[in-house]
Structures are given as structure tokens and as C-alpha cells.
Design a protein around this ligand. Structure first.
Ligand SMILES: Cc1ncc(COP(=O)(O)O)c(C=O)c1O
Length: 371
């Protein structure tokens, strides 16, 4: 039986939610380039470039730096499944959805979970981490740098010192922060770090850049049990991305083209200039929101510049605001999650979406809707 469908068309949106962000023309173009075989020498040299560019964006010299095939959650899973063995004590810092997700993964891996918690919208108190590390024997500490569910940016440097004083490994989620806010893997001594392509990298969802330093590789080498995921076992994935080129799985070729172009654009802009652009646009957005009488959930020093949690005024239905933004202005913003559902709007100004023009359009649309 034959069936006929219309050719696919999609509406054009201004993506100002918690991800994905809009994608530059060059990245879309790269995705539509002719496909190559995954062991074609031309593709292998693209893989080399992607790894080199990822090292530059992560600010690391780590040899094992590559994009995991899968979204940010695959990056999270890859970090934990390689490092954590059954019976390992792991301390997770929880102040939002993604910290909770880390806890779920640790327990599924048979790890012994310890938690330090903070209210949603507040940073983790590092004194509590110090105290908990004094009480438990955690060999791994994990934290979310930019907690997308609340808008909190967690300071990392001092936390990293505390973790290493105890000889533990430090795993950091930078799905929302990579290339949007300062992040220095080697200088800040982060052992394992993963991200996602669809936020500040402004590449479609589908890859999870990840990096492991020598301390982390040593922990993997000393495992007494095999990594519990075949697909995400970095010792095997690395053999494909490294000199051996041993087939593991078929790389998502065109996504890797897209990431290569997204990284090229980031490095051409310059990391410092990109961080600065995100900060400048965040400050302009906050000023405009305050003029409309809107306030942010998070205190100033801990705000993620790329993800703004805006408190919904008393008596206003945030679902209607989001619906009208989408239908009348083709602008997407995000809703609150968990305990913040109905209480906040999440406005993402990430990567290619972070422009003065987009902020002006959003503020003008909000003004119309709120009045
Ligand atoms: C901080 C953080 N970690 C992990 C993830 C999971 O990424 P993905 O939805 O791409 O699987 C997200 C997604 O929003 C995130 O914001």
C-alpha cells in the first residue's frame, strides 16, 4: 500500500527557552553536507578537528575529550557509568532537577548515595559539602554547574579544592554553561565534565561533549567490574575516536559536521567574548524585565546569565503567557519544573539566540501580553 504525505515544513521560532537554542545558518548547512562513511579518512580528520576544538572550548589538554553519541543525558550517564562501581560512595549536590537525575543514576549503578541539598533557586553551601565529606567516605562528588531547572550558577573553584583535599573525583555537569559562562576544566581541576550540544553551543540536540582527566582515567583503569553500559564504555568508545579507529558504533556523521561548525564559530568569536556577550545580554534582559515589574528567582551573584528564572506575578497564569508568546510572536520560553511549576518562566538566551534583537522582541511581546 502506498501513502502520500505533505513535504515536511516547520514553523520558524525564536528559541528563548531552556534549550534547544537557535542554530546558525552555517551549522544547518553543515548538517546537509554529503554523508561520508564513518571510517572514511575525510571523516576521520573531521573527528580529529572536533576533538581539538572541544579541548579548546573546555579549556583542557585532556586526551579523552570527545562527543558522546546522545543528548546531554547520555553525557551524564557516561560520566557516572564509567566512574562509579557498585558499592562506591558518591556525594551528589542537589538543588534542582538535574542533581536529582544524578542521584537516580548513582543508585541505578549500585553506588552508595550521599546528598547535600539546597532549596531550589539557591546555590549549594560548600561548608555543608565539607562537613558531609568529613562524615562519609565519598570517592566521587558531583555537581551541576548551571542548574537549568532553577537558574542557579554554582561557583566551582572552591568546591573543587574541597573535593580534592579529600582525594575524591569531581564530576561536573556543564550542559547549560559550556561556552556561555566561564568554565576552565584544567585550571579548576575538574576530573570529569560533560555537556550537551543544544544550549550555548547552538548546535541541534544529539551529542554530549565529555572530557576525562588522567585521575579519572586511572579510576576507570582500576575498576574491578566492567563498565555497566556497553554503549557508553569510554575505554571502547575511545578506541574509535583514538588512533586505533576500531569500530564501536556508527558515529552520527552529520551531527558531528554540525558540531564541528558550531565549535568553529565559537572559537572564531573567542570564548571570553562569548561569555561577555551572554553576560551583557542577560543584564539587558534583566533591566527590561524589571521595568515590566518582573523579578528573578535567583539572587544576583548566583544567576546563570544564559537561563533566567522569572517569577510569575501573583494572579497571572504563566501557561497563558507561554501560549501567547508562541502563537502570536513565535517565541518559545520554558515553564518551571517540579516545585517551581507554575511559579516561574525560564528564559534562555543561549548561544545564537543570545542577541539584543531577540531580547527586544521578547520584552516588547511580554509588555503587550502583560498589559
Ligand atoms: C543541566 C542539565 N543537565 C542535563 C540535561 C539533559 O540534557 P538532554 O535533555 O540534552 O538529554 C539538561 C537538559 O536540559 C540540563 O539542563
Amino acid at each position: 500500500m502506498k501513502r502520500k504525505y505533505k513535504r515536511l515544513e516547520t514553523p520558524r521560532r525564536i528559541l528563548l527557552g531552556p534549550g534547544p537554542s537557535n542554530v546558525p545558518e552555517e551549522v544547518s548547512r553543515a548538517m546537509s553536507l554529503p554523508i561520508l562513511g564513518h571510517l572514511d579518512p575525510a571523516f576521520l580528520s573531521i573527528m580529529e578537528e572536533v576533538q581539538e576544538m572541544l579541548r579548546a572550548v573546555f579549556m583542557t589538554k585532556n586526551r579523552l575529550t570527545l562527543p558522546v553519541s546522545g543528548t546531554g543525558s547520555a553525557g551524564m550517564e557516561a560520566a557516572f557509568v564509567n566512574i562509579v562501581e557498585p558499592g562506591d560512595s558518591v556525594l551528589v549536590c542537589v538543588n534542582g532537577v538535574f542533581g536529582l537525575r544524578m542521584c537516580d543514576i548513582v543508585e541505578r549503578l549500585g553506588g552508595v548515595l550521599h546528598k547535600v541539598e539546597a532549596d531550589w533557586g539557591k546555590p549549594i553551601d560548600i561548608q555543608q559539602v565539607r562537613d558531609e565529606l568529613g562524615r562519609c567516605d565519598a570517592r566521587v562528588v558531583a555537581v551541576v554547574h548551571a542548574e537549568t531547572s532553577t537558574g542557579v550558577l554554582q561557583p566551582l573553584e572552591e568546591l573543587s579544592d574541597i573535593v580534592h583535599e579529600k582525594g575524591a573525583l569531581f564530576i561536573v555537569d556543564t550542559v547549560t554553561s559550556l561556552s556561555g559562562a566561564p568554565l576552565k576544566i584544567d585550571t579548576w581541576n575538574i576530573d570529569v565534565c560533560y555537556s550537551g550540544t543544544q544550549k550555548c553551543l547552538s548546535c541541534p540536540p544529539g551529542l554530549a561533549p565529555i572530557t576525562f582527566n588522567d585521575r579519572a582515567l586511572d579510576k576507570i583503569a582500576r575498576r574491578s567490574t566492567p563498565v555497566r553500559s556497553w554503549y557508553l564504555d569510554m575505554t571502547m568508545v575511545q578506541k574509535y575516536w583514538g588512533a586505533d579507529r576500531v569500530y564501536h558504533h556508527t558515529a552520527p556523521i552529520n551531527m558531528i559536521y554540525a558540531l564541528r561548525e558550531a565549535l568553529r564559530l565559537i572559537l572564531e568569536e573567542g570564548l571570553e567574548a562569548r561569555w561577555e556577550r551572554h553576560l551583557k545580554n542577560h543584564l539587558a534582559l534583566v533591566e527590561g524585565l524589571e521595568e515590566l515589574g518582573l523579578q528573578l528567582l535567583v539572587e544576583k551573584p548566583y544567576r546563570i546569565p544564559m537561563l533566567n528564572s522569572v517569577l510569575v506575578p501573583e494572579g497571572v497564569d504563566e501557561a497563558i503567557i507561554r501560549k501567547r508568546l508562541l502563537e502570536e510572536f513565535s517565541i518559545e520560553v520554558g515553564a518551571g519544573l517540579g516545585p517551581l511549576k507554575g511559579k516561574i518562566l525560564r528564559i534562555g538566551i543561549m548561544g545564537h539566540s543570545s542577541t539584543k534583537e531577540n531580547i527586544e522582541k521578547l520584552l516588547s511581546a511580554l509588555k503587550t501580553i502583560l498589559s
